[in-house]
Design a binder for this molecule. Structure first.
Ligand code: GLC
Ligand code: CA
Length: 555
C-alpha cells in the first residue's frame, strides 16, 4: 500500500543562494559559504538540499532568468566548486536538487541573442515570435504575471516575443523539438554529474495553446488559461520523464492553481507518472484570493479544508510536497502565525504541516523563525514583481501609502533578506561593509547562534520533529483524518498499522477548548511533541493556549 521510496522518506532544505551565506566577503551569498554551512544543514535533520538557481544570470529575476544552463554564476563560484559542494553534500548523506527553469531563459542567453538576429537564424524558433495584429499592436491581449504586456517588440525583426514573466525572461518555444532536446541535455548534464533531482519551475506553463488566442481580460496574467496546463504538457513531460527514468532521481514540479483532480493526472503513481510530486499553491491562499496581493484575513477554516482535501485525495495514489515557505512567499509566522507569539506559533506551524503525509520542504530561515522584512519604501525593494506591482497599483491611482501596505505584506522580498546567523554585524551573513540586500534589524535577537544556545528554540524543535518523522512510519505513511473542532483549532489523526497519532494545533491568540475523540485516551497516550512546558489534561480534554501544539502517540 505505502509504496516506499527514498524521496518520500526525505525532508528537504531550500537554499536561496544569494542570501544564504557569503564565503568571500563581497556581500553576496555563494558556494563557499554554503559549503561552510553543510554541517549546520545536516544538523537540522534534513536529507536533501534544493538550490534555487545557481546558474549565470543577469538577475532580472534573481537567477530565474538563466543565461547558461550548464555553468555556475560567477557571483556564486565555479563549476569545480559546485562539484566539491556536491561531493561534500553527498558525503554527509545529503541529496542535491537543482532548480530547472525551462519555461523561459534570460534575454541574455546565447539562444535568445541568436534568435533575435534574423528569422533564418537556427535559434529563431527557440522562442515564441509573432507579428503584431497591426502596426503597434501586440499579437494578442496577454499580460505578464509580473505586470505589463506579455509581448516585447523587436524593431529589427518587426516582431514581438512572448514573455509571461518579466520582459528579460523570453518564453521558450517548447513545441520546437530542438528545444526539448536542449532540456533533456540540461537534465543529463546535471544528473551525470551526480545531482539527485530537479525542482521544475512553473513547469505547467511550458505548452501554449495553438494560435495563441486572446485571453479572458484580467488586471494581470491575462491569457493564463491558454498556457497553464496547456495542450502538450503531458506529452512533453513524458519525453523528459523517459530521460529521468534512466537515473535514480526525483522531481517536484511547481504548479500554480493546481487542483487535486488535475494533479493526479501528473503525479499518480505507476507507469503514467510524469512528476513525483507537485508544489500546489492552494494552502498558501488562506489569507488571500489567488495571489498574495489580494489580501483577506487569515482563515484557518480554509486552510484546514485545503489540507484535508490534498491529504485525502492523494492518499495511496500520489505523494504530497509539503511547504509553508519559499523564496516567493512572505514569512509564514507573519502570515498564519503571530509575531507576538513567534516561538509558539513557529513551532505550531512546523507541527501542523510536517506531521502530514508528504515530503516536507523547509526554506532557509524558516527553521529559526525569521519574520517579514516589512520594508516601508519602494526604493528598498529588489524583487521585480514587487516593483512592477507597485507601479501598477500607483497607475490605478492607489496612494503610495496604501500600496506600500500591500508591498510590506505581499512582497517576495520578505523572504529574501540575508540569513541571520548571529548577532554580529550583518547578522554574520557577510564580512563585507554592505550585504547585497539589507538585513532584517531583528537579527540581534533572531539568529542561528541564539537558537543553538536555547534548548527551547524553534530550531531545536525542527530537529525534534524531523527526527520524530524519520523514526515513525506513521508520519510518512499513515492515513489522515481531520477532526471536527473549533474553527481556530486544526486537529487531525494519523493512523497506521494499529497506531494512532493525534496532532492538535491552535491558530488562536486565546484559549480554546479541545476534546479528543472517544477512542483516544489522552491520559494513557504518550505526549511526544509540544510547545508549552507543562501540559495538563483533564480526562480527555484541555484548554489550548495561544498557538499551542501537542502531539499524542497511541501505540
Ligand atoms: C517561479 C519561481 C519564481 C520565479 C518565476 C519565474 O514561480 O519560483 O521565483 O520568479 O517562477 O521563473
Ligand atoms: Ca560572495
Amino acid at each position: 500500500m505505502e509504496n516506499k521510496k527514498w524521496y518520500k522518506e526525505m525532508s528537504v532544505y531550500q537554499i536561496w543562494p544569494r542570501s544564504f551565506c557569503d564565503g568571500n566577503g563581497d556581500g553576496i551569498g555563494d558556494l563557499k559559504g554554503i559549503i561552510s554551512k553543510l554541517d549546520y544543514i545536516k544538523s537540522i535533520g534534513v536529507d536533501a538540499i534544493w538550490f534555487s538557481p545557481l546558474y549565470p544570470s543577469p538577475n532580472a529575476d534573481y537567477g530565474y532568468d538563466i543565461a547558461d544552463y550548464k555553468d555556475i554564476s560567477k557571483d556564486y563560484g565555479t563549476l569545480e566548486e559546485f562539484k566539491t559542494l556536491l561531493d561534500e553534500a553527498h558525503k554527509r548523506g545529503l541529496k542535491v536538487i537543482m532548480d530547472l527553469v525551462v519555461n523561459h531563459t534570460s534575454d541574455q542567453h546565447k539562444w535568445f541573442l541568436e534568435s533575435k538576429k534574423s528569422e533564418d537564424n537556427p535559434y529563431h524558433n527557440y522562442y515564441i515570435w509573432r507579428k503584431g495584429r497591426k502596426p503597434g499592436k501586440e499579437p494578442n491581449n496577454w499580460l505578464s504575471t509580473f505586470q505589463g504586456k506579455a509581448w516585447e517588440y523587436c524593431k529589427e525583426l518587426d516582431k514581438y516575443y512572448l514573455h509571461v514573466f518579466a520582459k528579460e525572461q523570453p518564453d521558450l518555444n517548447m513545441d520546437n523539438p530542438k528545444v526539448r532536446e536542449e532540456v533533456k541535455s540540461i537534465m543529463r548534464f546535471w544528473l551525470d554529474m551526480g545531482v539527485d533531482g530537479f525542482r521544475e519551475d512553473v513547469i505547467t506553463f511550458i505548452s501554449k495553446k495553438e494560435g495563441l488566442p486572446n485571453g479572458f481580460p484580467l488586471p494581470t496574467a491575462t491569457g493564463i488559461e491558454h498556457y497553464m496546463n496547456g495542450p502538450h504538457l503531458r506529452e512533453y513531460l513524458r519525453e523528459f520523464k523517459d530521460v529521468l527514468d534512466e537515473y535514480d532521481c526525483f522531481t517536484v514540479g511547481e504548479a500554480p492553481m493546481m487542483t487535486t483532480k488535475r494533479a493526479l493526472r501528473f503525479i499518480k503513481e505507476g507507469d503514467g507518472q510524469l512528476l513525483n510530486m507537485m508544489f500546489h499553491f492552494e494552502h498558501m491562499s488562506a489569507d488571500n484570493i489567488i495571489t498574495n496581493w489580494i489580501r483577506t484575513p487569515f482563515n484557518p477554516g480554509k486552510l484546514k479544508k485545503v489540507y484535508a482535501r490534498w491529504q485525502k485525495d492523494l492518499y495511496g495514489k500520489a505523494w504530497n510536497a509539503l511547504y509553508i515557505e519559499n523564496h516567493d512567499q512572505p514569512r509564514i509566522i507573519s502570515r498564519y502565525g503571530s509575531e507576538k507569539y513567534r516561538v509558539e506559533s513557529g513551532k505550531m506551524l512546523a507541527t501542523m504541516y510536517i506531521l502530514q503525509s508528504g515530503t516536507p520542504f523547509i526554506y532557509q530561515g524558516q527553521e529559526i523563525g525569521m519574520l517579514n522584512a516589512n520594508l516601508p519604501t519602494i526604493d528598498r525593494y529588489k524583487d521585480v514583481s514587487s516593483i512592477n506591482t507597485y507601479k501598477l497599483f500607483r497607475k490605478f491611482g492607489i496612494s503610495d501609502k496604501i500600496t506600500m501596505k500591500f508591498c510590506m505584506y505581499a512582497s517576495r522580498d520578505n523572504a529574501r533578506t540575508p540569513m541571520q546567523w548571529s548577532a554580529e554585524k550583518n547578522a554574520g551573513f557577510t564580512s563585507a561593509q554592505e550585504p547585497w540586500f539589507e538585513v532584517n534589524p531583528n537579527y540581534k535577537s533572531i539568529n542561528v547562534e541564539q537558537a543553538e544556545n536555547d534548548p527551547n528554540s524553534i530550531l531545536n524543535y525542527y530537529r525534534k520533529i524531523l527526527k520524530f518523522r524519520k523514526e515513525n512510519d506513521i508520519v510518512k505513511y499513515g492515513d489522515f483524518e481531520l477532526l471536527k473542532t473549533q474553527r481556530k483549532l486544526f486537529a487531525y489523526v494519523r493512523s497506521y498499522k494499529g497506531q494512532k497519532l493525534l496532532v492538535i494545533n491552535s491558530f488562536s491568540e486565546g484559549d480554546m477548548p479541545f476534546t479528543a475523540p472517544k477512542d483516544f485516551d489522552l491520559e494513557k497516550a504518550e505526549l511526544v511533541l509540544y510547545n508549552y512546558e507543562d501540559n495538563p489534561v483533564i480526562h480527555n480534554g484541555f484548554m489550548t493556549r495561544p498557538y499551542e501544539t501537542r502531539v499524542y502517540f497511541l501505540k
